[in-house]
Design a protein around this ligand. Structure first.
Ligand SMILES: [Zn+2]
Length: 275
């Protein structure tokens, strides 16, 4: 009996090792995975008085097909140990309900994927600010955006290199006069099949929905919200948080900080535990 148990343990351990180290690179197998499209892109929008309650992010998430039972990548899908780890992550997220809004995102989408930058302290995320001639753009807007990046850097273990050039950049911050509808910002992010963010585009408006020019501090608030998306956060249902779809506050709330900290304390990737 003991030998049987020992053999089982060895088997499980090898399966985990296989999963951790021998699995083919994400990109290569992305097309084969059922959970998501090969290139995952999400569009989010924001703005104080700015974006519509349901922005494109949710629109994009809505049509997700029901979970299907699919043959796993490579040797038969997530191992038992991987599923166990996901289960533990879900438990931690549930336990944080009220104190963070990760759980709200989780309950909205049973097939959710935690996505965040990974290991980007020693190799900062390269951010490029293309020159712009958009009306009402002011150089002080750049300082406002830089300070918003700085604020998030104090919260999560990600560093941003804000002086990257266009050829090496992973993230672009660009401007436009206005968006259609109520929004004033939009963030598109991409991630690999392991949930690690790989790039993004942040677009900020220089005029609000009513045609009023933004001041630098409005841009800072807008950027705080959009960079929240850029680091992997979804919307909060609470108007007291900067990640509320239509931000009412001008600084990160303690809940914003806790939510981001929890996200970066958990392994990125799919959270699906059932078939
Ligand atoms: Zn948003």
């Amino acid at each position: 009996m003991f030998i049987l148990v020992a053999a089982l343990v060895v088997l499980l351990a090898s399966a985990a090792l296989w999963n951790a180290f021998v699995r083919p690179p994400a990109r290569a197998s992305a097309g084969a995975t059922p959970d998501t499209a090969p290139v995952q892109t999400v569009v989010r929008t924001a703005g104080s008085a700015i974006d519509s309650a349901r922005d494109t992010a949710h629109a994009a998430a809505a049509p997700t097909p029901p979970p299907t039972v699919v043959p796993p990548v490579g040797a038969g899908g997530p191992s038992y140990i991987v599923l166990l780890a996901r289960s533990e992550i879900r438990r931690r997220i549930r336990a944080s309900a009220g104190s963070t809004y990760l759980n709200d995102n989780l309950t909205q989408n049973a097939d959710s994927i935690l996505h965040r930058w990974d290991g980007r302290v020693s190799t900062p995320v390269r951010v490029f600010f293309p020159p712009t001639t958009v009306a009402n753009f002011q150089p002080s807007f750049l300082d406002a955006v830089r300070s918003a990046f700085q604020r998030w850097q104090e919260v999560v273990p990600v560093r941003f290199n804000l002086d990257a050039d266009s050829s090496s950049a992973e993230v672009r911050v660009q401007w436009r006069i206005q968006f259609e509808g109520e929004r004033s910002g939009q963030t598109d992010v991409q991630w690999d099949e392991d949930g690690r963010l790989t790039g993004g585009v942040v677009t900020l408006a220089t005029f609000d929905a009513k045609g009023q020019p933004f001041a630098p501090d409005d841009v800072r608030v807008l950027a705080l919200h959009e960079i929240g998306h850029l680091i992997g956060l979804d919307h909060s249902p609470d108007p007291g948080d900067i990640m509320y779809a239509q931000p009412k506050v001008r600084e990160l709330s303690p809940r914003d900080v806790r939510t981001a900290a929890l996200l970066y304390d958990l392994a990125p990737g799919p959270l699906r535990v059932g078939g």
